[in-house]
Design a protein around this ligand. Structure first.
Ligand SMILES: *[C@@H]1O[C@H](CO)[C@@H](O)[C@H](O)[C@H]1NC(C)=O
Length: 179
C-alpha cells in the first residue's frame, strides 16, 4: 500500500508554485485609475487674456490659425465650464500650429494644480489638437506629486468658442492610471 503522505508531498509544489507566482506578480499589476473633468479658459483677448501668439510667419501677431504660429498660454483651469467656478490650477505651456492647412495644433502643457485635492501636483499633456473635430484625443505622458508615474489619455471638446475674439473654453476629460 502506498503511503498517502507520498501523494500529499507531491501536491505541495502544485499549490505552492502558482501561489508564489500570484503573490509576486499581483502587486505589480495593481494600479489606480483616476478620472478628472477640467475646463481650460483660453482667451487671446480681453482683460482676462491668458494666451498670446509669440512667433509666426508674419511675426508675433500672426494668427494662430496659420501654420507655424507659436502661442504661449497660462490658462485658468476650473472644475466647471463657468469661468467663475472654482479654479484648481493653470494650464501652462504652448500650442504650435503644425498642420500645413492651419487646421491642427500641436500642444504641450502642464496642468499645475494650485488648489483642491491635487494641489501641488502636475499632469503633463502632449498631443495633436485638430480643433475642427468635435472630440480630440490626447495623451497624458506623465505627472508629478500625486501623479508620479501616470500614463493616460484625455478627450478634449470645445465647450464655448468666440472665434472673432479668439476666446475658448475647452473641456478636458482625463483618465490616468498610476500606482
Ligand atoms: C469621460 O470620458 C470617459 C471615456 O474615457 C467617458 O466614459 C465619460 O462619460 C466621460 N465623462 C464626461 C463627464 O464627459
Amino acid at each position: 500500500m502506498t503511503n498517502p503522505l507520498f501523494f500529499a508531498s507531491l501536491s505541495i509544489p502544485l499549490i505552492a508554485i502558482p501561489l508564489l507566482y500570484w503573490v509576486y506578480t499581483y502587486p505589480k499589476n495593481k494600479y489606480k485609475q483616476t478620472n478628472l473633468v477640467l475646463y481650460v479658459h483660453d482667451y487671446l483677448t480681453g482683460d482676462d487674456k491668458s494666451a498670446m501668439t509669440v512667433a509666426g510667419k508674419e511675426g508675433p501677431t500672426t494668427s494662430i490659425m496659420h501654420f507655424g504660429t507659436l502661442l504661449a498660454h497660462d490658462d485658468p483651469v476650473t472644475v466647471g465650464p463657468d469661468p467663475k467656478s472654482e479654479e484648481v490650477g493653470r494650464a501652462q505651456g504652448m500650442y504650435i500650429n503644425s498642420q500645413l492647412d492651419g487646421k491642427a495644433l500641436f500642444m504641450i502643457f502642464s496642468v499645475m494644480f494650485t488648489d483642491g485635492e491635487y494641489k501641488g501636483s502636475t499632469l503633463e499633456i502632449q498631443g495633436a489638437d485638430p480643433f475642427v473635430l468635435k472630440e480630440r484625443e490626447f495623451s497624458v505622458v506623465s505627472g508629478t506629486g500625486y501623479f508620479r508615474f501616470v500614463r493616460g489619455y484625455g478627450i478634449m471638446t470645445t465647450e464655448f468658442l468666440d472665434i472673432q475674439n479668439l476666446r475658448a473654453i475647452i473641456k478636458l476629460n482625463i483618465t490616468v492610471r498610476h500606482f
